[in-house]
Design a protein around this ligand. Structure first.
Ligand SMILES: [Zn+2]
Length: 314
């Protein structure tokens, strides 16, 4: 890694693929800092004041207060709705052609993209300083966010593509699950139809792969391998990332991790878990998913399922 650059590991893929688990595990490594889904910080943290991973409302968290002070001079100095507008005007799937090929950008698009990239750069630089860490782990997953990170020249970007069986993802996105980050009322994680999940799975995984093809460091891991052999999978990933001689003593045994406090900006409710957490493979879909839904998702996603070995491996 280039020692002067800010090292960012971007975890990309479809939602409900185990990215929060991977983010939390990597965040336990000395010198690593787990950001959670940073792309959602403007909406969920700045605008809605949802819970930080430490359990405090975002704007009351001492860590983020220090970061925002360092990056922007305080919460009152920025308008989150303006930044959200800026983010939505560049970081979307529909803008991937422009993000991929600079000659396709209009001067207005380029100026919005540079403006948003500059805001992100200030935020990441401040996190690095306040957390005193070498590597930031960002599990935003959404490919457009990864493409925007590529624009920031002071970032040494590594892509970790996490993939999970599309049927498991579609099943998970239909389950009703509490969202404790919305602390002022009883709220649930968003659900979606299996068709929408299947299309989103195809697009997210294809675009992360595309991003990986233009970045020199791209690594893919399967959720199923992470869940069955977490320690071994993490060791292999770190080796691929060329990060060596690291202390993984937060692994109590092969499949149990001791998770400490964190300040993840957004993500799966799993980010609120602390202490010893046993990692288990969630395969409820194999027993409970209705056959017609399973067939529909398989029919829509089979090329990538085949490519990533879901038909011939466990
Ligand atoms: Zn916090």
């Amino acid at each position: 890694m280039d020692e002067n650059k800010l090292k960012v590991i971007f975890i990309g893929g479809a939602s409900r693929s185990g990215s929060t688990l991977l983010d939390r595990i990597l965040g336990e490594i000395e010198g690593f800092f787990s950001l959670g889904e940073l792309a959602l910080i403007w909406e969920e943290g700045f605008a809605k004041n949802m819970l930080c991973g430490c359990g405090k409302p975002f704007k009351s968290c001492k860590f983020w207060r220090a970061v925002v002070e360092e990056a922007f001079g305080g919460f009152e100095e920025i308008n989150p709705n303006k930044i959200l507008e800026l983010q939505r005007s560049v970081a979307r799937i529909r803008y991937i052609p422009q993000l991929l090929f600079p000659p396709l950008r209009s001067s207005e698009f380029q100026s919005r993209l540079s403006g948003y990239a500059e805001i992100l750069e200030r935020l990441y630089t401040a996190v690095r300083k306040v957390a005193n860490c070498d590597v930031l782990v960002d599990s935003s997953k959404a490919p457009p966010h990864g493409f925007v990170l590529r624009e920031i020249k002071s970032i040494d970007l590594r892509i970790v593509h996490i993939i999970r069986d599309s049927r498991a993802v579609a099943y998970s996105r239909q389950r009703k699950k509490r969202n404790p980050a919305i602390h002022w009322k009883e709220a649930y994680m968003g659900t979606s139809s299996v068709l929408k999940s299947a299309i989103d799975w195809d697009l997210s995984n294809s675009f992360v792969r595309l991003l990986g093809s233009i970045i020199s460091h791209y690594h893919i891991i399967r959720y199923e391998d992470l869940a069955v052999q977490p320690r071994e999978t993490i060791l292999k990933l770190l080796k691929d990332l060329k990060i060596e001689s690291l202390n993984l003593d937060f692994f109590v045994d092969e499949r149990t991790v001791n998770l400490g406090p964190n300040h993840t900006a957004s993500g799966n409710p799993m980010r609120f878990k602390h202490g010893k957490v046993e990692i288990r493979l969630d395969e409820e879909w194999k027993r409970k998913m209705l056959a017609y839904k399973r067939i529909a998702v398989t029919a829509l996603t089979w090329p990538l399922l085949l490519r990533y070995g879901y038909f011939w491996r466990r």
